[in-house]
Design a protein around this ligand. Sequence first.
Ligand SMILES: [Zn+2]
Length: 132
Amino acid sequence: MANNWNIPSWLEKEVRERDKVCVYCGCEFTSPKVSTKSSASWEHIINDAKIITRENISLCCRGCNASKGQKKLSEWLKTKYCLERNITPDTVAPIIKLAIRNGEQSMIEKESKKQKAYQVVAHNSGGCAPSA
Ligand SMILES: [Zn+2]
């Protein structure tokens, strides 16, 4: 799983430890050799690559990521893909529930203000390599 999103290693490590299964459908991640669809991929909960925070970066399976695409979370949850798989605001991971509860727009505003604080943390955590 390549990290092409400029996600700092401290955050990558944190998210990998938190999101052991798909944050949307809950499937266990597999090696892409076993199944591409259930292999892990980086997900921006809010589709904004500039929001690189622990609240916006998560891991979901490629199947969910491809289906969600550029849709807003609230819109995607109403699609056939989610209905067929029983993916609802109640079944998703806590980090996704938080995003739904906070409202997507207000989260964008809040997180962009927090960015500076997170960068300070990044400097303090040193350059430890992701454990994957
Ligand atoms: Zn999934």
